[in-house]
Design a binder for this molecule. Structure first.
Ligand SMILES: NC(=O)c1ccc[n+]([C@@H]2O[C@H](COP(=O)([O-])OP(=O)(O)OC[C@H]3O[C@@H](n4cnc5c(N)ncnc54)[C@H](OP(=O)(O)O)[C@@H]3O)[C@@H](O)[C@H]2O)c1
Length: 338
């Protein structure tokens, strides 16, 4: 009997807000596995906010092309090789890489594909969370660009998300005073009580963010870890300490703007505060992933890292999982288990 592959396709270009009807579930026979290729049975899909950008028309940039319509939605996945015509990826290998929302993926070893050697003491899904793209992004952004020192005040937005929850805990382990910004009182309480942020700010409260920053971070931020971009980034630039480092990680507030990204206020502050802002992509650090993985594994084993996961179940839930994550319904990393 032909083995079928259930997939979630990008059915149309999203409007101002992603909705379930932007996706379509289909089922196709698994394609042939050619020489140099292998077949992965996917076990987890990683819901990463950045992929929203590449669902838009004309969103090609120097990193990824705009996702084609009628094709499975691109995604980082974890899975097991179940058939192989590639000597570097034997059957039984556990791999992480960029394929798509589908039960089975045919791959050739490109697209960030790597074999992982799971530590039996740790949950397998950690290799898509704290030990995967979220953890490495949190770690290298903070360590390389943020250059934390004991006593630095570290401020991060989307603090309760996949990257935010991990980055705050690493910053704290490095001796920083951590300030997490997130949407809603419940989330902020969770950030303080469960994730261990020292101070929290609810950007959805009726008090303007700039006022809250002055009250909660009167000394100014030594490190800003920005996942949001746009107006929120501008407000954060208005509250820097001297010699601040601004880590430009993402711009989730901008991905649903159909007319392009908006400008950022307070750039002048970078000059007078002798501050530095720098962007990065986690994939720049492939050669150094083991450094991040060792650091975070040690925290996990010492039980000094909370690695919260919002788990959905079944390929058909991928669209809703992604929508809920963008809307901020997640506490920690959002994953779909297949
Ligand atoms: N540079 C890199 O290599 C790299 C790699 C991976 C991800 N990223 C970036 O990292 C950021 C976080 O990604 P993630 O996958 O970990 O997602 P996530 O933080 O788990 O989820 C996204 C969160 O963003 C917040 N958000 C959404 N719209 C917002 C808005 N308009 N204003 C303020 N906050 C908003 C929501 O939380 P609230 O409830 O707090 O609003 C939501 O939970 C994204 O910008 C992503 O593009 C960068």
């Amino acid at each position: 009997m032909t083995q079928m592959n259930t997939r979630v396709l990008l059915a149309r270009r999203p409007g101002a807000h992603l909705v379930a009807a932007d996706f379509e579930v289909d089922s196709q026979p698994i394609g042939p596995i050619n020489e140099g290729q292998f077949l992965i049975k996917n076990t987890y899909l990683s819901m990463d906010a950045g992929f929203r950008q590449w669902m838009n028309a004309g969103s090609d940039d120097n990193y990824l092309a705009s996702m084609p319509l009628g094709e499975p939605v691109q995604s980082i996945i974890m899975g097991e090789v179940v058939e192989s015509r590639h000597s570097d990826y034997p059957v039984g290998s556990v791999v992480v890489g960029r394929t798509a929302w589908e039960e089975y993926s045919v791959a050739d070893g490109s697209d960030l594909m790597s074999i992982i050697e799971p530590d039996p003491e740790l949950a397998l899904h950690e290799y898509l969370c704290s030990l995967g793209p979220s953890g490495t992004t949190a770690y290298f952004g903070l360590m390389d660009i943020g250059q934390p020192k004991a006593g630095d005040v570290f401020v991060i937005n989307a603090a309760a998300g996949g990257i935010g929850a991990i980055a705050g805990q690493i910053a704290k382990a490095e001796g920083c005073v951590t300030v997490g910004i997130a949407g809603g009182a419940t989330k902020c309480n969770w950030l303080r009580d469960t994730v261990g942020y020292d101070r929290v700010i609810d950007y959805k409260s009726t008090v303007p963010l700039a006022e809250q920053l002055q009250a909660v971070v009167p000394e100014g931020a030594d490190i800003v870890y920005d996942n949001v971009g746009g107006a929120m980034l501008g407000t954060l630039l208005g509250n820097l300490a001297e010699n601040a480092r601004v880590i430009l990680c993402g711009a989730v507030s901008q991905y649903e703007r159909l007319d392009g990204h908006e400008g950022v206020d307070n750039m002048w502050e970078l000059i007078t505060k002798r501050a530095r802002a720098e962007g990065f992509m986690f994939s720049d650090y492939v050669d150094r992933y083991p450094e991040a993985i060792d650091y975070i594994t040690a925290m996990l084993k010492a039980k000094s890292l909370v690695s919260p996961v919002n788990m959905f179940h079944g390929i058909e839930t991928a669209g809703q999982a992604f929508i809920d994550m963008l809307e901020g319904k997640n506490l920690g990393k959002c994953l779909v288990k297949l």
